[in-house]
Design a binder for this molecule. Structure first.
Ligand SMILES: [Zn+2]
Length: 216
């Protein structure tokens, strides 16, 4: 339980960064600056946490599992492999679900990277220009682009992995490294993280549709 709470606390840095970027409670430039600092610093806490608890936690659901449970060696950047644990196939299909997500993300790697990194980068550049007194487009428009593109990406991933699951549990690891930092997904467990992405993403899409209906 303590591990779950610590994982949640570390995960909360992600909504905190989003709050700083989007609501800008300290003013434009201080909020963006603090958000970027937290985003960069977060990996120095989250990555060791993930590595420390990896042998005893399911990567998909975050449940504590016996250290003797068979692990799956996943390829990581640099040509190495790291072993991750999953719930026993008899009690949950966590490993099958992970392989589905891993396959989907590998197949659509560039589209997903484009759908997350480009809107974040574009938003930070546009908002920094606005904060420095050189607005390029209205804040509402950069906010809508940020939320719209990211929400469409994460909601698609959160459903799309289901159709990439293997027919049955197997121990064949995906062929290439997962192209995003695994420590962020391991804080709550990848499955719970996808649920949060799904709910927040759908909320953002509904918000934008509501706004467009009001405008037109
Ligand atoms: Zn599990």
């Amino acid at each position: 339980m303590k591990i779950r709470i610590a994982g949640m606390a570390l995960f909360l840095c992600i909504p905190l960064v989003l709050y700083l970027y989007l609501a800008q409670p300290l003013g434009v430039l201080p909020s963006l600056g603090l958000g970027v600092l937290i985003m960069i610093g977060h990996r120095f806490l989250a990555s060791p946490f993930s590595a420390r608890h990896r042998p005893r936690r399911c990567l998909w659901c975050g449940r504590s599992i016996p250290i003797a449970q068979v692990s799956l060696a996943l390829p990581v950047q640099g040509g190495k492999e790291i072993s991750y644990k999953f719930c026993p196939p008899s009690s949950a299909d966590c490993r099958v679900r992970w392989i589905g997500l891993h396959r989907l993300v590998l197949r659509h790697k560039h589209l997903i990277q484009f759908g997350i990194f480009i809107p974040v980068l574009a938003y930070l550049v546009l908002e920094t220009a606005r904060g420095a007194g050189h607005p390029q487009i209205p804040h509402e428009v950069s906010l809508a682009l940020f939320k719209g593109i990211i929400a469409a990406t994460v909601v698609s991933v959160s459903f799309g992995y289901l159709s990439h699951r293997p027919e049955e549990d197997n121990s064949i690891p995906p062929p290439a490294p997962f192209p995003f930092p695994l420590h962020n997904l391991s804080l709550l467990g990848a499955g719970w993280t996808l649920w949060i992405f799904r709910i927040v993403g759908m909320g953002w899409i509904l918000q934008l549709i509501n706004r467009m209906i009001r405008i037109f």
